[in-house]
Ligand binder design. Structure first.
Ligand SMILES: CC(C)(COP(=O)(O)OP(=O)(O)OC[C@H]1O[C@@H](n2cnc3c(N)ncnc32)[C@H](O)[C@@H]1OP(=O)(O)O)[C@@H](O)C(=O)NCCC(=O)NCCS
Length: 174
């Protein structure tokens, strides 16, 4: 019982900061805190030009939830990518957000963050991982499907801009 409570509410995802060289880039991968809020908002504004999916309040809430984790990728102290994971229930973890600064897209950073995410979710003993994606976001959908996600549901008008959403799921093997 305590194990289940801990899994849902008390830091289920444990991450140790990493430093690595990827595609010639010197990267630091760390966990976000509320102190990163301004920079995270700047990243979001640069990634989503015509539609801001989250408000500052949403990020404040997300960055302070113990059951959620936000990974930041930095190069030269600049945040260039973010990935968030939450818990839905005892079996299911959920990717809340993945964003890579446009000038750093298509360099494998999305893939790298998703691989780290799969490891954290596996170590925290979740058996499935879900996410929602804009049905028109063909690039992201292609990446997710190449990594084992499959469609489970289509959601009409899911996004504030009227776009439909797709729910995707991936099984996480022990
Ligand atoms: C979707 C998103 C997160 C993907 O991140 P990314 O870092 O561009 O993704 P990757 O580089 O890992 O993968 C994209 C492509 O680059 C290729 N790639 C992987 N490693 C690479 C490398 N070292 N060098 C060059 N290309 C590489 C991948 O094979 C993939 O190609 P494919 O689409 O032909 O399969 C990013 O495009 C983004 O932030 N988009 C805007 C926000 C968004 O839509 N988020 C998703 C919300 S659900």
């Amino acid at each position: 019982m305590f194990k289940e409570f801990k899994k849902l509410f008390l830091r289920p995802f444990l991450f140790t900061d990493m430093h690595l060289i990827h595609d010639g880039l010197s990267l630091d991968i760390t966990t976000a805190s509320i102190h990163d809020l301004d920079e995270v908002m700047t990243l979001q504004s640069a990634v989503y030009l015509d539609y801001q999916p989250w408000t500052r309040q949403t990020y404040m809430y997300e960055l302070t939830r113990r059951s959620h984790i936000y990974l930041l990728v930095k190069t030269n102290d600049q945040i260039i990518a973010i990935l968030g994971i939450s818990t839905k229930n005892i079996q299911e973890a959920h990717i809340t957000n993945i964003s890579v600064l446009p000038s750093f897209q298509n360099k494998g950073l999305g893939h790298l963050l998703l691989d780290i995410c799969f490891k954290l979710v596996r170590e925290a003993d979740f058996s499935k991982l879900t996410l929602e994606v804009d049905a028109q976001n063909t690039r992201a959908i292609k990446l997710y499907k190449s990594l084992g996600f499959y469609e489970t549901k289509s959601i009409k008008n899911y996004y504030d801009n009227g776009h439909d959403g797709l729910e995707l799921c991936k099984h996480i093997n022990k």
